[in-house]
Design a protein around this ligand. Structure first.
Ligand code: ZN
Ligand code: ZN
Length: 178
């Protein structure tokens, strides 16, 4: 016998949202996660944009994940006017190249970096690493003396020489760490 349908559903749910409100089975959910992991990024963006357009609840959820409200401390009275500024929540730090959550309060010391680019002579490596990138974490720790940081004079094992807070404006080149 099928479960009875609750006709006295929430006043704010539309027929559309009610129809799709049943949770997926575990097997279906597992397959969905696989599909999310493997589908192309372009397709995923297209799908997300489409669902955001059609389903207000999804739009709201995605909004809170991706967008932050920028505090306007110039005028406290404007709070009630609904005048808000929005900005991307996730930024890439111009100093350390890490992606960070710009909606969180900045924490002194959260960002560590070198003020200059690491230097090395590719000729020191070409005999045994000619087909691989030279500047890798492995090479830095195995051959620290072949690398140098002009900012602090450190070798390949020195991880940073400056610290501060993340600043926006970097170029995304790493995957998020989590
Ligand atoms: Zn340095
Ligand atoms: Zn940083």
């Amino acid at each position: 016998m099928p479960e009875s349908i609750d006709l006295a559903a929430d006043a704010d749910s539309t027929p559309n949202s009610r129809r799709g409100s049943e949770p997926l089975t575990d097997a279906a959910l597992a397959q969905l996660n696989i599909a999310i992991d493997t589908v192309s990024e372009a397709r995923l963006r297209e799908i997300l944009t489409g669902v955001v357009d059609r389903v207000p609840a999804v739009a709201r959820a995605v909004f809170s994940e991706l967008v932050r409200t920028v505090a306007d401390d110039s005028d406290q009275e404007s709070d009630q006017e609904g005048v808000r500024e929005y900005a991307p929540r996730w930024e890439v730090c111009v100093n350390c190249d890490e992606e960070y959550d710009a909606s969180k309060e900045r924490d002194e010391g959260e960002c560590v970096y070198h003020a200059a680019q690491i230097e090395y002579d590719p000729r020191d490596f070409e005999e045994w690493h000619f087909y691989e990138p030279v500047d890798t974490p492995d090479n830095r720790s195995r051959y620290p003396g072949k690398f140098s940081w002009p900012c602090c004079g450190g070798d390949g094992t020195v991880e940073w020489c400056e610290e501060g807070v993340h600043e926006p404006g970097g170029m995304s080149k790493k995957q998020p760490r989590h």
